[in-house]
Ligand binder design. Structure first.
Ligand code: BMA
Length: 327
């Protein structure tokens, strides 16, 4: 497999696909499903990688199911039944399923915060659940009303408040916002942090957060997706941005070109063609190597490896003069 070298740091590709991709498919599943994709990821205290996968069953609706592995690549132990099912009697906003979880470990709470899309008649919204073990969950219900998705919490309070990055769709477009809360239930101080560009750009009109931002000494390193509409459908690609550590609504750098897009056959073909859609990553013991987990073509889960140092170096060298945090 092609390996990154120090002097390739500012060149693409910044992420290398694992040769065993796709690492999870519906054939691996212990029960009958249509597809498995868009997985949140976390490194557990016992060293296992846990993926909380979006699983679409053969009704077309999605639920979440956990898979654990010692090396984060193979030997997955998949929960024999769905781990988190929609619960529409108590939470009517989940009537058409739950999707695309992003996991953040919150040391102050000693719990994982799972932000996911809840889908109902009003459209997709953002829901939150807390868990210690990915077996029982405390649901907080909808925290961002429709239409909103692509959300993740930051792992610590900013200026005394919790922070959530999310992507409401408004008449002005689909841009990334941040909101703050004293208690995880009441959210306000909404601010736009990154706007979709316009015209022919790869990230025109619609962008959204991918995996939760990574805290680095230079700022919150953030992977986002841009959606290009074409005559034959949408293309989901990935870009990079850096936000201020203490004021995460301030974008410090934004890369002009995309850094990763659908190229492999399992990314180009599937239920929805030309989609790479990361919802999580783990960082290796060296503190630098990123294992990025992404849904491919809404059909399977794949993994690619990158380096925090290289992503930051590339951003520094390829950042736009116009960070476009206003619309
Ligand atoms: C987005 C989300 C993702 C999906 C992608 C491509 O809007 O719904 O779950 O992977 O579209 O279909």
């Amino acid at each position: 497999m092609e390996q990154p070298t120090p002097n390739s740091c500012t060149d693409l590709p910044l992420f290398l696909r694992h040769p065993g991709n796709p690492i999870l498919t519906k054939e691996n599943w212990p029960y009958r499903i249509n597809s498995v994709f868009n997985a949140g990821a976390v490194l557990l205290a016992d060293g296992d990688t846990l993926l909380l996968c979006r699983v679409e069953d053969r009704s077309g609706l999605s639920h979440l199911c956990a898979a654990r592995s010692a090396n984060g690549v193979n030997g997955w132990r998949i929960d024999p039944k769905p781990t988190l099912m929609p619960s529409p009697q108590e939470f009517p906003e989940e009537i058409w399923g739950i999707e695309d979880p992003r996991i953040t470990y919150v040391p102050e709470l000693e719990q994982y915060a799972v932000a996911y899309t809840s889908f109902a008649r009003g459209g997709p919204g953002v829901s939150l659940a807390l868990t210690k073990d990915f077996r029982s969950f405390e649901r907080y219900g909808v925290i961002m009303s429709p239409e909103d998705k692509d959300a993740a919490m930051l792992p610590r309070r900013i200026g005394g408040n919790w922070a959530l990055i999310h992507r409401p769709t408004t008449p002005l477009g689909a841009h990334m916002w941040i909101s703050y809360s004293p208690d995880l239930r009441h959210w306000g101080s909404h601010k736009i942090i990154l706007a979709a560009r316009r015209g022919g750009w790869w990230d025109a009109n619609k962008i959204g957060l991918c995996s939760p931002p990574i805290e680095t000494p230079k700022g919150w390193l953030t992977i986002f997706h841009g959606v290009r509409q074409t005559a034959s459908g949408s293309i989901y690609r990935l870009g990079l941005a850096l936000f201020d550590l203490d004021k995460p609504e301030v974008c410090l750098q934004r890369g002009d070109s995309w850094i990763f897009g659908p190229e492999a056959p399992y990314e180009r073909n599937g239920d929805v063609k030309d989609v790479v859609f990361p919802c999580g990553q783990t960082i290796a013991e060296d503190g630098d190597t990123i294992h990025l987990y992404y849904g491919a073509a809404d059909s399977c889960v794949a993994m690619a490896t990158g380096s925090i140092r290289c992503l930051l170096a590339w951003l520094e060298a390829n950042s736009s003069s116009e960070v476009a945090s206003s619309i």
